[in-house]
Design a binder for this molecule. Structure first.
Ligand code: 5AD
Ligand code: SF4
Length: 407
């Protein structure tokens, strides 16, 4: 696309899912801005509508499908394909893209379910979006994978990328003026049996220390004072001989950086040495998100978590002794395959003992590709609801008590 053609194009981006996705959406906006697009906040004005999607639970995917449906109902997604070639009309025919975990999960099947979607791009292919948009806008080039079906002839999908070029992180596009998310590692190789992430985001890859520091310095130069380090398992960070504490020591020394947070940690990689790093870091927020998932050893084993309930309790005990007054939050899944009333009461008891400051409680949702998909989803829906409500109520009481004490 010629530069002057791109300049008037507006992109609306709708984000779903975790902080990693929030950062990916910023990266996409930065790439598109650098290519001459304008980012807009009203989808009705948009020439391009992008959904950056989440596949972690069925509910997250359902929201995206229904959102696309809603766009259709309000007439935003008009299928006047013959107008695509006429420049004066292009503004009325938005290009629709599904990006992120759902794109990886479904690839070209997305177009069967929703023929209004024009392109699909997986999490490891986001650097290709400007080029794809340019090809779609010209409406000339066809997908090399288009096959025989007429449905696919105008579609483009890129979902098989393995790595992201590090340069995409350096376009300095941050939504917040003072706070930035900073990815330190991508993907995950833990293969918890319920989790789709290793399949949609690939195996664990660590960014190079010098690239992370360069991005941090770029962000600070533009006024950022607080950063949150992101990775599925930040405490497993390793680049050459530099581990997470080595990385923090280097970040601690950057002038102008006032506060560092991080998200998420895995209990099997956390130990007292890691807690001492939290205690000793000048700029780290004294807070730890340590997903428990279940309080039953039987279920933890089926989940492939790599620790027992007793080990988890000992770990948080050590955290609280070392990081005095530190906050502790967690994630819990109820209704995992095979979870009996007895298993659930073990989770209930552990949550009661652990006294998290806050906990996110989820109902188990079977996910494609995962090991747990092979297990029968045998906890009745009503039981999942009941257990979910009971844990929420318990945690609400604990959170209120803890917050009252902190005031
Ligand atoms: N069903 C329900 N919850 C899930 N999570 C991940 N996968 C699933 C699933 N299939 C939850 C976990 C994780 C959080 C980000 O989402 O608790 O820690
Ligand atoms: Fe984020 Fe996980 Fe959803 Fe992917 S599947 S967007 S990693 S929450």
């Amino acid at each position: 696309m010629e530069d002057n053609e791109v300049k008037s194009k507006k992109v609306y981006l709708s984000n779903y899912g975790c902080q990693m996705n929030v950062r990916d959406s910023e990266v996409i906006c930065g790439l598109l801005k650098d290519s001459g697009y304008k980012i807009c906040s009203d989808e009705k004005q948009a020439d391009v509508i992008i959904f950056n999607t989440c596949s972690v639970r069925q509910h997250a995917e359902d929201r995206v499908w229904s959102q696309i449906g809603a766009f259709k109902k309000t007439g935003t997604v008009k299928r006047k394909r013959n107008l695509r070639d006429s420049p004066q009309e292009t503004g009325t025919v938005p290009i629709i893209g599904i990006v992120g975990c759902m794109a990886k999960n479904y690839a070209e099947k997305i177009f069967e379910r929703s023929p209004d979607v024009d392109f699909a791009v997986g999490p490891q292919d986001i650097d290709k979006i400007p080029d794809i948009l340019s090809r779609l806008s010209r409406n000339k080039e066809q997908s090399p994978k288009s096959g025989d079906s007429p449905l696919f002839q105008s579609k483009i999908w890129e979902t098989d990328g393995q790595i992201r070029p590090d340069e995409i992180y350096h376009n300095n596009f941050y939504q917040d003026k003072e706070h930035a998310y900073l990815v330190i590692s991508e993907g995950c190789s833990n293969f918890c049996s319920y989790c789709v992430v290793p399949y949609v985001r690939g195996g664990l890859r660590h960014r190079k220390v010098e690239n992370i520091l360069r991005e941090a310095q770029g962000a600070i130069a533009q006024g950022i004072t607080r950063i949150t380090l992101l990775g599925q398992n930040v405490n497993a960070y390793q680049n050459g001989d530099i581990d997470f504490s080595g990385l923090l020591q280097r970040l601690d020394k950057i002038d102008g950086l006032k506060q560092i947070n991080f998200f998420t940690s895995h209990p099997k990689d956390a130990d007292p040495d890691f807690f001492k790093v939290i205690r000793d870091s000048q700029k780290l927020v004294k807070s730890l998100h340590l997903p428990l998932q279940s309080g039953s050893d039987k279920i933890l084993k089926l989940m492939n978590r790599g620790y027992s309930a007793k080990e988890y309790l000992a770990l948080i005990d050590s955290y609280r002794k070392i990081v005095k007054g530190g906050l502790l939050t967690s994630d819990i899944i109820v209704g995992f395959p095979g979870e009996s009333e007895d298993d659930f009461s073990r989770t209930f008891e552990l949550v009661n003992k652990a006294e998290f400051n806050a906990a996110y409680i989820f109902k188990y949702s079977p996910r494609p590709h995962t090991e747990a998909l092979k297990m029968a989803d045998d906890v009745e829906r009503a039981d999942k609801e009941k257990r979910h409500a009971r844990l929420l109520e318990l945690q609400r009481g604990i959170s209120n008590k803890k917050n009252a004490k902190r005031r």
